[in-house]
Ligand binder design. Sequence first.
Ligand code: TXA
Ligand code: MG
Length: 354
Amino acid sequence: MNTKVVRIKEEEKTRETLEKNPGLLEAAEILKNGGLVAFPTETVYGLGANALNEEAAKKIYAAKGRPSDNPLIAHISCMEELPAIVKEIPEAGRKLAEKYWPGPLTMIFPKKDIVPYGTTGGLDTVAVRMPVDPVANCLIHLAGVPIAAPSANTSGRPSPTKAEHVIEDMDGKIEMIIDGGAVGIGVESTIVDVSGEIPRLLRPGAVTPEELSSLGVPVTVDPSVTERFEGTPEAPGMKYRHYAPKADMTLVEGDMDKVVAYINEQTKKAEAEGKKVGIICTEESQDMYQGGNLEVIGSREHEETVAHNLFAVLRDFDARKVDCIFSESFSKDQLGQAIMNRLCKAAGYHIVNI
Ligand code: TXA
Ligand code: MG
């Protein structure tokens, strides 16, 4: 298949201009006809298909190499599109939607029959998100149907935060890629299950637990968010190997000076064995390393920069063909919870505490 890449520039991103953009109109047609289009959102790039068309949803699983019991998120463009796909909107869901939609929050609702099991991985619930990114939001609006969209990476690889990452993984497998430049946030949406008695956080993201509870909505945190989970996780996606770079990765926790000393020592050892070592450091620490191949993930002062660069750094190390990676770690509150959740998974929970 020939994959068409359509570039949308920053100055073209007003709703009025987007609604007339020939590339976006063509993308909407492809989606209506059961095809696949990758598009930017504020979190990561998504791989879209008509969420109400089981055959289209199946194509997503094939393109990603994704296990078919891992459900997809249905994306809508405005609140009016929600009642068509969910059985009820619980009070907590309504409150959270009012505050955080459109935005990087996904909520799980009981599904209506119109949403096929092929989209929900056989579950009676459906995950719904309303992206704020102007390109994503307009594309969903133009398609006129909810759009199922997982992250547009090959299953198991780091999520794509630039169109180049999507091209790497999806070229030749899908009809079109919309290139809207680098995404803003860089980690996937926060997932909250509002289908039960008490809302539950299933995946941490840019909407933090601190922010969720500030609304007076009590939210419990699923154990799989903070620790390695051996049982059956609530969000089926959490059981698969995720975000993994090709190299073995070790996450090092502890006081900054000790962490740097440990990584320097391990790097020396590994290099003596002829290994190519990657180090994930920060603006604050980059001058403290004596060897290895450094990637600066961002600044500790501004954790949003760390989230923004996280997946690109993992992909860069794949391209640089390092044998092992050592990474500094971050605080686990606010956005740090989402960052550490992704880094822990990328490291396969290989964590050294010193
Ligand atoms: O930011 C995002 O959410 C991005 C962009 C493209 O919107 N999408 C994304 O999709 O991250 P994906 O497929 O990579 O992750 C969806 C997660 C999976 O862990 C999946 O298991 C969970 O959501 N999920 C989907 N439907 C669910 C449901 N009904 N119940 C529980 N978990 C569900
Ligand atoms: Mg994903």
